[in-house]
Design a protein around this ligand. Sequence first.
Ligand code: G4P
Length: 525
Amino acid sequence: MSIQSEIQRRRTFAIISHPDAGKTTLTEKLLLFGGAIHVAGAVKSNKIKKTATSDWMEIEKQRGISVATSVMGFEYRDYKINILDTPGHQDFAEDTYRTLTAVDSVIIVVDSAKGVEAQTRKLMNVCRMRNTPVIVFVNKMDREGRDAFDLLDELEAELGIQARPLSWPISMGISFKGVYNIYEQQLELFTPNKQSISESLAFEDIDNPELEKHIGEKNALKLREDMELIEGVYPAFDKEKYLAGELAPVFFGSALNNFGVKELLNCFVEIAPSPRPVQAKERVVDPYEETFTGFVFKIHANMDPNHRSCIAFVKVCSGRFERNVNYKHIRHKKMMRFSSPTAFMAQKKETLDEAFAGDIVGLPDTGTFKIGDTLTSGEELHFKGLPSFSPEMFKYIENADPMKSKQLEKGVSQLMDEGVAQLFVSQYNNRKIIGTVGQLQFEVIQYRLLHEYGAQCRWEAISLHKACWIESDNPVELENFKRRKAQYMAKDKEGRDVFLADSGYVLQMAQNDFENIRFHFTSEF
Ligand code: G4P
């Protein structure tokens, strides 16, 4: 197969949802269709159960599992599918944001009873920043949920995207009959069954009186009315709009019962984008270019304290990656070759000889990589687009063992390179501040510093509201601002100016008083 067609047939995506909406269940069903696993229950949820937050071994184990299921590749029809897993726990949301920079599209799972939830809204914002195409799967139709039209309205309002149903539920909960597959014009009849696929009948014309035989008079009438409304209210499905991230096709089903999943997958492989061009600082890189380029979007530590090695996850952006070929590590300005890169096929890791644009390659790492590092066949390129978001929690980090200050320094620096949290250095008192999305990250840092670096840290409270990256075209005003706010100025790891606002009010005032300063809530601007 030519490199062109190899790239063309790749579909690299992530499934995102609010915890408990059914991401793990859906992932598992997709793997079943791909023949990557054979029984349900084989995929372990990588979410960290709420009850386990204080049980370290449990978290270690669960993070260990999530390495194995970080990327799941499998073949389906003529397509090579790569599902990138994202941590379910919201304290690791930053990991998810970064994973979203490595995918070409996204499937959002929504619980039919709960609708759009907080985490989904946040993740959708990240998709919108990069115009990532999204498909929505409304799950748990076997339970009493919300009215389908209300859900569509909510999706549009909350996610800021036009919705277009491509399947439509026939009743719900205990009387759930199935869905009408608008995309393929088929009637999919529901039989609750966790392992096998339900019946589908070609049904081009829903006015056909046969419909009553299958779903009863009342449901048939309702379906015809609903379809009329859908065709009247929603514009026809426009693939280009979907690819531009402006319109989200919506499917309904029940992942647990393996219902509506195959329809989703069949439509997904046909409409979802193959690898898309990626923006580097210097230029846009087309996936079909012959030379290899890629970037590190995730680093996963090996949880075995005796082997402090990591896996760097590289997204291949263009061309072909080959084992034992020299590539340039742009930041280190040196050539490197990799003798044991790994591919992730379903739940197995295996050594790969080659990979193509769209694929994820795992490289064993002992501290050479940092999130965002670029590898190329030789060209000086820097991929951008791995934003840091303003953290939500902040603490001073202090050394608790004066004999181990070097270890602490090294540990903190490496953990930040891995993207575990963000480090800011106060320009006022030179103290180090760690910013995270959730409490759990502080615990992970403290634990890993001790177990992997032999360093001990102590946290000290600091009351901050947000970190904003600031810039201005007016150097005098910028200097003036920094002087006035000296107590709240810090540098991030790249040496950029960050304003640490201690309240929403202070931030608002600063924005009003300094009109020529731009305040950014992500590091990508
Ligand atoms: P997540 O990864 O998004 O957090 O969700 P996950 O798949 O773990 O699903 C959360 C819960 O919802 C699970 O139940 C799962 O069985 C259930 N679920 C998923 N899809 C459906 C569906 O289509 N219908 C119904 N009725 N339930 C569904 P649990 O009790 O938390 O876990 P488990 O003991 O069943 O594993």
